[in-house]
Design a protein around this ligand. Structure first.
Ligand code: NAP
Length: 513
C-alpha cells in the first residue's frame, strides 16, 4: 500500500518538527522542503532526520518546478551535499531519500547518497500538462535499477490523467511515484496504490504554512477519511463524478460507513471535465459505483447500457454501477427528495399544495416528477425558457422564466418554494436566483443545495420568517438508497444514526491545497 508522506513547508526546522509531531500518527514518511526554509535555517538541515525520528526525504525544489528555490544550481547542489554530509552508519540518522531532478547530473552527490543508504528519487515535474510522451519520459529517467522514479504533472484535463494512468500501468519500474497535480487529478493521490505509486504527498492544511503542490489532500483527511494505509490492489472503489466538485458530503458519508462496517472499500471524488474520459478511467480502475452530480446527470444517459424506468421518464440519472461490465443507471434523488420534503412538511402527500419549482435541470426533473406523483400543482421557473416549458408540459404544470412576469406568478404557487438550481452552491457565484421575489414569510422553502448550508436565497427566506430547509437531509436520504444499489444491503440503523451526528461537517468540503 502507498505511504502517506507529509510535506513540511514551514520556515524553520523547529516549526516543521512541531507540525510533524502534531500529525505524526497519520504518516510514515516526511518530506523536508528545504526551499521553504529561511536562509539561515538551511544551514541546520543535517540533524533533521534524527530529530524527526521517521524516514525523511530531502528536497530543494526549484521555482521552475513549483518550489521556492531561486538561487543557482551550484548553491543548490552544495545544500543537498550538506544534507547528506557526515553520514552515520546508523542509517536512521541520515536522510532516507534525496529528491534529485532528472535533468541534473551530480555523480559525486549520487555516489555519496548510494554509499550511505540514501535512496535517490529521480524526479520530473511538469507544470504544463501532458505535452510530452510520458512512457518515453519514464523510460529515459531510469538511470540505475534501484532509483525511485517520480513523475508529477499538472493535469489540465481528465484525458491527461487517463494518459498518465496508462503510462504508469505500462511502466515496469517497481518503485515509482506518479502524481497528477491540480484539481482534476486529486484522485491519483488517494488511489496512489492503484496508480502504482509507493507514496502520496499530503499537507497539513490546517496549518498556516501549508504550501504543498496543487491538489494535495489534508494529511489527516487522507489518513482518517480516505484510509490511505488500507488501500490495496483489492480495495473496492466507489466515487462521485461532477464539476467543479468542490464540496460533497458523499466521501464523508460513504467512507464513514465503510469504516464502521469494516469494508475494504474507498469512496473517492472524481472531478472531471469529460464524461467520456472519466468513464474510461473509472473503468480502468474497476470502479464499482458512481454518484453523478452537476453537470452530468443528463450527459451520462447516452453512456448507459440500461437504466431504471424512472431514469427513462425523467431523463436524469444520479447513480451508476456496472452490470456485466456495462453501466446501469438509477435515480435516487427522487426518493431522497420526496421523503425529505414530506418529513419537512409533516404531511403524507402534496394534495392541495401550490408549489414553485425554481430550475429545470436534472434535480428539477426529479422534483417535478415527485411533486406530480404526490398530487401537488406546480409552477416551474427557469433561466432558459424552453427547458421550463418542456418540463412543465410533461406534468401539465405552469411555467415561466426568472423575470418579473415569471416572479409575479409565484403568488399563486407559494405554499412551497423549492430551489433546484446550482446558483449559490459552493464553487459557484453566491447569488440568489429568486432575488426579484419578496417572501411573505408564510412559504415553506426548500433549497436542494447543502453546501453552503445557507445560500443567499435560503438566508433571505429565513429572514422573512419562512420555514426553511436545505438539501442536507435529502442528500443523506438519497445516499442511503445509493448504498443499497451499490451493495444490495441496507445501512444498519446503528451505523446511520452515528453518521447523522456528523451533521453538515467541514468534511463536506473536499479539502485540498
Ligand atoms: P443541472 O442539471 O446542471 O441544472 C442546473 C440548473 O441550474 C438549471 O435549471 C440551470 O438553468 C440553473 N442555473 C445554472 N446557473 C444558473 C444561473 N446563473 N442563473 C439561473 N439559473 C441557473 O444541475 P442539477 O443536477 O439539477 O443540480 C442543481 C443543484 O441541485 C445543484 O446545486 C446540486 O448540488 C443540487 N442537488 C442537490 C441534491 C441533494 O440531494 N440535496 C440532489 C440533486 C441536486 P438553465 O436551464 O437555464 O441552464
Amino acid at each position: 500500500m502507498a505511504k502517506n508522506c507529509l510535506c513540511l513547508t514551514a520556515k524553520t526546522i523547529d516549526r516543521n518538527l512541531e507540525i510533524l509531531n502534531k500529525y505524526r500518527k497519520f504518516v510514515e514518511i516526511a518530506e523536508l522542503r528545504v526551499d521553504c526554509l529561511n536562509q539561515d535555517e538551511r544551514l541546520n538541515i543535517r540533524r533533521f532526520p534524527e530529530l524527526a525520528g521517521l524516514p525523511v526525504i530531502l528536497t530543494i525544489r526549484r521555482d521552475i518546478d513549483g518550489g521556492r528555490f531561486t538561487g543557482g544550481e551550484g548553491e543548490r547542489v552544495k545544500m543537498l551535499a550538506r544534507g547528506l554530509a557526515f553520514a552515520s552508519a546508523d542509517t536512521r540518522l541520515n536522510f532516507a531519500y534525496v529528491d534529485i531532478e532528472e535533468d541534473i547530473e551530480v555523480p559525486s552527490l549520487e555516489e555519496a547518497a548510494r554509499t550511505f543508504g540514501t535512496k535517490i528519487i529521480r524526479s520530473y515535474h511538469n507544470l504544463e500538462g501532458t505535452v510530452i510522451d510520458i512512457p518515453a519520459k519514464i523510460k529515459s529517467m531510469q538511470r540505475t535499477g534501484n532509483e525511485i522514479i517520480k513523475v508529477a504533472i499538472a493535469v489540465k484535463s481528465t484525458n491527461d490523467v487517463l494518459q498518465i494512468y496508462k503510462a504508469a500501468k505500462a511502466c515496469p519500474v517497481k518503485e515509482k511515484i506518479i502524481i497528477c497535480m491540480g484539481h482534476l487529478g486529486i484522485y491519483s493521490r488517494i488511489l496512489a496504490e492503484k496508480f502504482g505509486s509507493i507514496l502520496t504527498y499530503s499537507s497539513a492544511l490546517s496549518e498556516k504554512e501549508a504550501a504543498g503542490a496543487a491538489g494535495q489532500f489534508d494529511v489527516q483527511d487522507l489518513a482518517e477519511l480516505y484510509r490511505i494505509k488500507k488501500i490495496t490492489k483489492k480495495t473496492k472503489i466507489y466515487g462521485i463524478i461532477g464539476h467543479p466538485l468542490k464540496a460533497s458530503i458523499s466521501p464523508l458519508f460513504f467512507n464513514s460507513i465503510f469504516t464502521q462496517e469494516k469494508m475494504d472499500a474507498v469512496y473517492v471524488p472524481f472531478p472531471t471535465d469529460s464524461i467520456d474520459n472519466i468513464l474510461d478511467i473509472t473503468k480502468e480502475l474497476d470502479v464499482q459505483g458512481l454518484a453523478v452530480t452537476v453537470p452530468y446527470k443528463e450527459a451520462i444517459l447516452s453512456k448507459l447500457a440500461k437504466c431504471s424506468e424512472t431514469v427513462q421518464v425523467i431523463r436524469a440519472c444520479n447513480t451508476v454501477y456496472p452490470v456485466d461490465g456495462k453501466w446501469y443507471g438509477e435515480n435516487t434523488d427522487i426518493m431522497g427528495f420526496s421523503d425529505s420534503l414530506l418529513a419537512f412538511m409533516e404531511c403524507k402527500n402534496l394534495k392541495r399544495k401550490k408549489i414553485t419549482i425554481v430550475g429545470a435541470g436534472g434535480a428539477a426533473r426529479a422534483v417535478a416528477s415527485e411533486v406530480h406523483r404526490l398530487g401537488g400543482k406546480a409552477l416551474i421557473l427557469n433561466r432558459t425558457a424552453y427547458k421550463a416549458r418542456n418540463l412543465a408540459s410533461q406534468y401539465n404544470f405552469r411555467w415561466g422564466v426568472l423575470d418579473e412576469k415569471g416572479i409575479e406568478l409565484i403568488s399563486k404557487f407559494n405554499d412551497v418554494i423549492i430551489q433546484t438550481t446550482s446558483v449559490g452552491m459552493e464553487g459557484y457565484e453566491a447569488a440568489d436566483p429568486l432575488e426579484l421575489y419578496t417572501f411573505t414569510g408564510k412559504e415553506a422553502v426548500m433549497d436542494l443545495i447543502y453546501m453552503p448550508p445557507q445560500t443567499p436565497f435560503l438566508k433571505r427566506a429565513a429572514f422573512a420568517g419562512c420555514k426553511t430547509m436545505n438539501g442536507y437531509d435529502m442528500v443523506i436520504r438519497q445516499a442511503c438508497f445509493q448504498y443499497k444499489s451499490y451493495t444490495g444491503k441496507e445501512i444498519p440503523h446503528k451505523v446511520l444514526s452515528r453518521i447523522n451526528t456528523l451533521g453538515e461537517s467541514k468534511w463536506s468540503m473536499i479539502r485540498i491545497g
